[in-house]
Design a protein. Structure first.
Length: 594
């Protein structure tokens, strides 16, 4: 059989077979990795690694290619054309049995496994290249190696040590080099390629060989020109999709970043990460993202009930939970943003009282031309806590969800003005006017379409999440005589002569009804929970209004007590586990069975 096979090297991005073409050959992967794409479907539907056949179904059926197969890194394959295959079958009829068994196994696996469209493949080969005009500091490479661990499972290569693997003076473009580098993956969990400072042949090879490229830049360069894409970044962008690239901005020490937006302009990267070189905590967070182990916090909306988030977060802090990314909708986005900014739960509770109780942020009414409430009063109070901060400058990655009424779809805020994101995410229709963007988009409360944005979190990252949701008291609990609701005239007369009148019916307010209506779809998110997501639903007072911010402290304390007991129960229960990681500085949910 070996005499009939043709060896074919493919560079990253090369097309092995194209959908619709005649199936005139069978391929076997010697080394490397391939992605399978089907027209009309986003992303790869499957991956093919070393030792596997490619295109055998269409080849055996004698038809056309049903998918396009693209090299995900520099690879080697063996090609067997149809004339050669027919000669083999005449000499060795048993080859049909082997191919039939392989075909049956492949079809069985396809039918048995439901592919998770949101889960991203875990990168096993990583290229480190400079971003901007400065080289990558050795300190970062050292911290990254320490975070991955070097006990036989992580291998690091640079131009100086490359000869240990491929031999001194070997041709980087040869198939032997590709095969030798791909062989490292079989014996190591992670292979890290450190590129040169410039776009050398080694830098190009490292980028083509990588599942993930880390663009590493110094966060505060001397000039704005220093943030421009360099040749290595442009080369990486021409080969890799945005999801396979991350921007890492290095800081000498931990302080509030500035100007991250300049780095993001023109760069198509999946995420950016701020890393302080003073210690290894931020690098460990980066590694958790790469490995698919980052812990996320998803906070739901719910008006005044969102004060419960503060109590829950206080309990998380006490057991040592460290979140790598946070996001939320409506009031949950405001709370998650405060957590991401590093504010203490007690301070958040004090600011909540100041905004909603002392200053009545949602109690100042206006002539209902654009909204029922005076948004200028609400905006001024909100801006005191969130204005002047860009989302991309937060140390902890953050997102907020709003509803785009211009396009009738969800809108995710991952960059830009933090105040604008929270204001849009919590823009309750009718109570507050929509938030209008500079490009003409009309944004309202995110809970209209997704009150618990767990799907958005899954799309950003793999790994466990703690999901906070509420069981909102049902409207049926209100015993209201509908006929007792006063007319417009009766309400006006009451305003003019408020004394000596019978009390108004004890019916929910307009704001309460609006919020309950927006949150009516809360059950929909549960079908998107994964095995490593932990759903926490704290009990809520049955007699509390959704706009009753005056009870924020009692709700915080009750939620804290409940969550403390719940976390202790989860640690002891056989059906759930809280697993420590990162040498005790990080805890993640390993599995939850509800």
């Amino acid at each position: 059989m070996e005499a009939e096979l043709e060896t074919m090297p493919l560079k990253r991005g090369g097309v092995l077979v194209r959908q619709g073409d005649p199936a005139d050959a069978l391929y076997i992967v010697v080394s490397g990795r391939f992605e399978v794409h089907v027209a009309g479907r986003d992303g790869a539907i499957a991956e093919i690694g070393a030792g596997s056949p490619v295109g055998e179904i269409a080849f055996l059926a004698g038809g056309q290619r049903t998918a396009t197969v693209i090299a995900a890194r520099d690879s080697l394959v063996l090609r067997l054309g149809r004339p050669e295959f027919e000669r083999l079958c005449q000499r060795t009829p048993g080859i049909w049995r082997a191919l039939t068994a392989t075909l049956a196994s492949r079809l069985a696996g396809t039918n048995a496994i439901q592919r998770d469209a949101t889960r991203q493949p875990v990168a096993r080969t990583i290229a480190i290249i400079p971003a901007g005009s400065k080289p990558v500091p050795e300190r970062f490479v050292t911290l990254l190696i320490q975070a991955f661990g070097t006990a036989g499972r992580t291998r690091v290569l640079n131009a100086a040590t490359l000869g240990e693997v491929i031999g001194e003076g070997a041709d980087l473009a040869s198939g032997r080099t590709t095969e030798a580098l791909n062989a490292l993956e079989a014996s190591h969990d992670t292979v890290i390629y450190v590129a040169d400072a410039d776009l050398t042949a080694w830098s190009q090879k490292a980028i083509r060989q990588a599942d993930l490229v880390l663009r590493v830049g110094l966060a505060q360069p001397e000039t704005t020109a220093a943030v421009r894409e360099n040749g290595q970044e442009q080369f990486a962008a021409s080969l890799l999709a945005g999801r396979a690239q991350r921007l890492v901005l290095l800081h000498a020490r931990r302080r509030m970043p500035k100007g991250t937006r300049y780095w993001l302009q023109g760069r198509q990267v999946h995420m950016h990460h701020h890393v302080a070189l003073s210690d290894g905590d931020d690098v460990e967070r980066l590694v958790r993202f790469i490995r698919g182990q980052a812990l996320g916090l998803v906070a739901c909306g719910g008006g005044a009930f969102c004060a419960a988030h503060t109590g829950l977060f206080k309990a998380f802090q006490e057991v040592g939970l460290v979140f790598d990314i946070m996001g939320g909708t409506s009031g949950g986005s405001a709370m998650a943003a405060a957590f991401a900014m590093g504010q203490d739960p007690e301070e958040i509770d004090r600011l909540t009282h100041d905004m909603f109780v002392t200053n009545g942020a949602l109690r100042r009414y206006t002539w209902p031309r654009y909204s029922i409430l005076d948004h200028t009063h609400f905006d001024r109070l909100l801006a005191e806590h969130y204005a002047g901060v860009d989302i991309e400058d937060l140390w902890i990655p953050f997102f907020a969800m709003s509803t785009n009424l211009s396009r009738y779809q969800l809108h995710q805020h991952r960059t830009g003005d933090l105040f604008a994101a929270i204001r849009a995410s919590g823009s309750i229709p009718a109570l507050l006017p929509p938030y209008y963007t500079e490009d003409g988009q009309m944004l309202v409360d995110g809970c209209l379409l997704d009150n618990v944005p767990v799907r958005a979190m899954h799309d950003i990252k793999n790994g466990p999440n703690i999901v906070l949701a509420f069981e909102v008291p049902q409207l049926e609990r209100f015993q209201v005589d509908y006929k007792s609701l006063p007319s417009r005239g009766a309400l006006f007369r009451r305003l003019l002569t408020p004394f000596g009148r019978a009390p108004l019916p004890n019916a929910p307010s307009l704001g309460s009804v609006l919020l309950r209506s927006l949150m009516a779809n809360r059950q929909d998110f549960e079908r998107h929970l994964k095995a490593d997501d932990l759903l926490l639903v704290p009990p809520l007072p049955s007699d509390m209004s959704i706009l009753d911010w005056g009870r924020h402290r009692s709700l915080m304390d009750a939620s804290y007590a409940w969550c403390t007991a719940e976390l202790a129960r989860l640690q002891a229960a056989p059906h759930a586990a809280l697993v420590s990681a990162g040498q005790g500085r990080h805890a993640a949910i390993a599995a939850v069975r509800r």
